[in-house]
Design a protein. Sequence first.
Length: 265
Amino acid sequence: MAKKKKLRIASYNINGINSRLQVLTRWLDEFQPDIVGLQELKCTDEAFPIDAIEALGYSAIWHGQPPRSWNGVALLSRVGEPVETRRSLPNDPNLEQSRYIEAAICGIIVGNMYAPNGNPWPGPKFDYKLAWLDALKAYAQELLDSGLPAILIGDYNVIPTDQDVYKPERWKTDALFAPAAKDKYRELVAQGWTDALRDLHPDERIYTFWHYWRQSFERDAGIRIDHALLSPPLAKKLKAAGVDRTPRGWDKTSDHGPMWVEVEL
C-alpha cells in the first residue's frame, strides 16, 4: 500500500513581497510549506521576485498590480507546477484590483484571495467589500457543486466572531468587524465549507494579525482575519491547522502571521 502523504498548505499576507523578501525566503526555508498563497504583494507582474522563489524550489503564478497598489496575489508550489484555473472571481465588481488567483495543484483546487478591507465604514469602499464577498459566495457555491476537493485561503479581511478578536469593543466601528461583513462570512461557511482553524480549535483564541503599534504582538492583542475554508471532500482529509507566529517576531516583518493546514493525500 502506498504511504499517505501530508500536504501543508499555507496562507501569508506578506505586506509587500519585495520589501519583505528576506522574511519570506527565511520563512519558506524554515517552515517548508508545500503550497503557499501570498497576498498584498504590492508589486507589478514584472517586479515579482521569481528568481528568489525558484531558488528555494518553488514554482509560482502571480497576479500583480501597477505601482502604489496594495493588492496582488500569488500561489507558490514545491509539489508540482501550479496549473492556473482562474485569476479573478466571476462577476468581480472591480477587475482592476488583483484580489484572486486559483490553480490546480496535486489534484486540489487552491483559491487564494485578498478580500477588500472596506474601511471607512459605511461608504463606497464598504459597499465594494460586500459586493466582492457576494461574488466570492456565488463562485464558492460553484466549487462546491463541482464536487472537487477545494480550499479557499487568504486574507478575508473579516473577523468572524468575538472569539476572533482581542477586545471586540475596540473594533465595533471597523469594517472588518461590521455585522454585514460577518454575515457574509457566516453565509459562505454555511454553504458547506469547513473553517479549518475553528473546526480543529473550537475554543481557542487564535490570531493571524497584530498591529505594529502599542506592542500588539507582544501583548497578543490580535485578530483572526486569515482563513482556510475546505470543501467537504478535502475537509475529510484535514489533519492539522494552526498559525506560525514565529515570523511575526522578526525584524521588518509583515503584520500578519502565516496560517496553515495539513491535509492527507
